[in-house]
Design a protein around this ligand. Structure first.
Ligand code: GLU
Length: 354
């Protein structure tokens, strides 16, 4: 309780992710009452000088309902058509609920490319910051109608994590119909200090026809934000006071504690989380220790193999000999130059231990 209070009581900038299951009824239609319930809570927090950003799913489900589809379409263009129909319905409900409380909302639709490209990333961040400073609540979703496989975030849990990371949020709250991370006996795990194999083993995938992520994607989101230095909470959004309870430090849901007390610098976040690595470097145990424990640069002599093709300046994954990725960094040499290289391959300033 005390730790939660310390971490969350002072949280000023908060990203709240709302899952499809929470926002729709059993016919996949958007539930006005649920959106209203979320808006009431978010509006109350805005009045306490907190800054709230909502990452909302629900567009595809709403589009499916409008078209009378029971099953989630398999083809991308059909999903995109559903999202195009549903997104405006979703925003109309948010707009109505928030404007009744004197708060303006702004729709932000993002693709992975928008955050990967450094200029667009900074631009999106500036826009979000401007909206927050003006007391507007940004409502973010993936730009599903134009996102194709290569640029998809994958799911909105990840989008929530990347948003929180980009705008340097103080916490990420993921609300869905589940109570939190459940242990093998079905009890909520109150706190996770490290996302290790045991924790990953507790994650199953979603079985709902409209949802994407499930616990698996929430755990992946936790890995991102906790490494960036941001606590994350998974809780049930069914309670009408869940946000206030979470931020008061009450023992609701599961909290994933930040990996480090200090937040990761913005440039390092960008290297670690916003790029898909162009290739990988496999390193020996000595190099792994030098990187992890000695905070050293990666030298060519520690590299035992390369995977894929990359240019100078590309982000590469750094793996140990068990194929486990433990770091990411900017390559100083291309994959073709590497064989003849002798010095630094990834400089410590361009390297993040995950
Ligand atoms: N962007 C999708 C939607 O609005 C949701 C993806 C997700 O739930 O993770 O329907």
């Amino acid at each position: 309780m005390k730790l939660r209070q310390e971490l969350l009581g002072r949280a000023r900038r908060i990203v709240v992710k709302l899952g499809t299951g929470l926002l729709t009824d059993d016919q996949n239609r958007l539930s006005k009452a649920s959106i209203e319930q979320a808006a009431v809570q978010v509006a109350a927090l805005c009045q306490q000088t907190r800054q709230l950003i909502v990452v909302s799913s629900g567009a595809i489900a709403a589009g499916m309902a409008a078209l009378g589809l029971k099953q989630r379409p398999k083809h991308l263009h059909e999903l995109q058509a559903c999202a195009a129909i549903g997104q405006s319905k979703l925003m109309a409900l948010y707009d109505e609920s928030f404007s009744q409380r004197g708060i303006a909302v702004a729709q932000i639709l993002l693709t992975h490319d928008d955050l990967k490209n450094r200029d667009r990333h900074l631009n999106a961040r500036n826009t979000l910051t401007t909206l927050l400073e003006r007391g507007v609540v940004p409502i973010i979703n993936e730009n599903d109608t134009v996102a194709v496989d290569e640029i998809k975030f994958g799911d909105n849990d990840r989008l929530g994590a990347l948003t929180a990371t980009m705008i340097d949020a103080d916490s990420l709250v993921i609300l869905s119909h589940i109570e939190g991370l459940l242990d093998h006996d079905g009890h909520v795990v109150p706190a996770v200090t490290e996302v290790n194999r045991e924790i990953e083993a507790l994650a199953g995938d979603t079985d709902r026809s409209t949802s994407v992520g499930g616990m698996r994607s929430k755990i992946d989101a936790a890995k991102i934000v906790t490494r960036a230095g941001i606590p994350m909470i998974i809780a049930s959004g069914e309670s009408a006071t869940v946000l206030a309870d979470v931020l008061a430090g009450e023992e609701v849901g599961t909290i994933f504690l930040p990996k480090t007390p200090d937040k990761l610098a913005s440039r390092k976040r960008w290297i670690a989380f916003f790029q898909k690595p162009a290739g990988a470097l496999v390193v020996d145990d000595g190099a792994k220790t030098a990187l992890c424990d000695g905070a050293k640069s990666l030298l060519a002599k520690g590299v035992v193999a390369t995977v894929g093709k990359f240019d100078r300046g590309d982000v590469v994954a750094i793996r140990d000999q068990n194929e486990v990725e433990f770091a990411r960094g900017l390559a100083k040499v291309s994959s073709t130059e590497l064989a003849a290289a002798t010095g630094v391959v990834v400089h410590r300033d361009d390297l993040v231990i995950l």
